[in-house]
Design a protein around this ligand. Structure first.
Ligand code: PMP
Ligand code: GLN
Length: 384
């Protein structure tokens, strides 16, 4: 008999909080405002375009970097929105989702022992993605309650081993967004260093209150060291499609593609044909911020009938609420009780920290039909 015990590469990792809370929601028939996904339908036309692409025979591998015509449309979009004339051929790769793009970027740059700076609360894939590559995650807390970056702390953490900084704007789970001052600070820290920027911009269009999205693509000196990651799932209300892309300057993208080609190699082709057409309807993404801002405002308005207190959210699918007027239970315990006893699932923000914290805040996803939000608020009003 041979022993088949695995020496875990991720010994401290359990099941992602999104799956845990969605399973709990299903078990208790709770309204799921936890995991971030819309419950309203996606565009019918986009579905038809995928069907048409399949009927038209677009069912074989497309180019490993993604359908060239789709990459052309994306390059045009980047030029129009961020005034950056990137090469569709050399600087864009279509990926199976934004998470894969982030993972591939980290795998591309990291050598064992390299440090990566990231800000907590942080999207839950970042740290495992760093650690599985032998890297060391250096976490810096965002300053509560505005969830802003303390750049002096960043300066103190930089050292010879610092390989990259992960930026996420608009931010999951807090909805905070980077300001021009943040960009200036970032610039002053990375200039004349070999530090890479991994920029998670999957919520690029989900930005509110007339704030501009400060993409790394806007700034040539920052872009030259960046892997910028996007998700079609967030833009077209189809998170289950798991389609996205990464943009990076040619020398960086060349290495990214070496990793990509022996992992996924190429992505689902009919969707790429469909998106190439659909992406030309600019209003679908240009109106997205307004559409989700209405949902945020609708939800916040209704939530005034409860004892939860909102924290500012300027983007993403998410709104944080403090429950300090209700309880000082730890966040995970409170989120579980809310699901089991009141039938509303949320995400404890503590799950986005490596070491536990307790600010008594939960993350609510408001990318839902008004009827779903109404039903959730009705339940949340019962908590005293
Ligand atoms: N980054 C952040 C911050 C996210 O919230 C998500 C959403 N899941 C992703 C990346 C990944 O997107 P995708 O589903 O396309 O992998
Ligand atoms: N991005 C989504 C969220 O933050 C879900 C991602 C996932 O389930 N892995 O809720």
């Amino acid at each position: 008999m041979t022993s088949t015990t695995i020496k875990s590469k991720l010994p401290s990792v359990g099941t992602t909080i999104f799956t845990v809370m969605s399973s709990l929601a299903a078990k208790h028939s709770a309204i799921n405002l936890g995991q971030g996904f819309p419950d309203f339908p996606m565009h019918e036309e986009l579905i038809s375009l995928v069907y048409q692409a399949m009927k038209n025979g677009h069912n074989q591998y497309v180019h490993m970097n993604g359908l060239p015509a789709l990459r052309e449309r994306l390059a045009e979009k980047v030029q129009a929105l961020y005034n950056n004339n990137i090469s569709a051929e050399k600087e864009i790769t279509i990926t199976p989702g934004g998470t894969y793009a982030l993972y591939t970027a980290l795998t591309t740059i990291l050598q064992p022992g390299d440090e990566v700076i990231l800000f907590e609360p942080a999207y839950d894939s970042y740290i495992p993605n760093i650690e599985i590559n032998g890297g060391v995650a250096v976490t810096i807390p965002l300053e509560f309650p505005g969830y802003t970056i303390n750049w002096d702390t960043v300066r103190k953490k930089i050292n010879i081993k610092t390989k990259a900084i992960i930026i996420n704007t608009p931010h999951n789970p807090t909805g905070s967004v980077l300001s021009e001052n943040d960009i200036e600070q970032l610039r002053s820290i990375v200039s004349n260093t070999g530090i890479f920027i991994i920029s998670d911009e999957v919520y690029e269009h989900l930005i509110f209150d007339d704030k501009p999205h400060l993409s790394m693509l806007r700034y040539p000196d920052l872009y030259e060291r960046s892997f910028v990651c996007f998700s079609f799932g967030k833009v077209y209300h189809c998170t289950g499609w798991k389609m996205g892309y990464c943009i990076a300057p040619e020398p960086l993208m060349k290495e990214f593609r070496k990793v990509h080609q022996f992992n996924c190699f190429t992505c689902f082709s009919p969707v790429q044909f469909a998106l190439e057409t659909f992406i030309q309807e600019k209003n679908n993404y240009l109106q997205l911020g307004k559409f989700l801002q209405q949902k945020r405002d609708y939800f916040n308005n209704s939530m005034q009938q409860t004892k939860f207190t909102p924290l500012p959210s300027h983007g993403s699918y998410f709104q944080l609420y403090s429950y300090e007027k209700i309880s000082n239970e730890p966040e995970a315990a409170f989120a579980i009780r809310l699901t089991e006893e009141y039938g509303v699932a949320t995400i404890p923000v503590a799950a986005f920290y490596k070491e536990g914290v307790n600010n008594n805040v939960l993350r609510f996803c408001f990318a839902k039909k008004e009827s779903t939000l109404d039903a959730a608020v009705e339940r949340l009003m019962k908590i005293s």
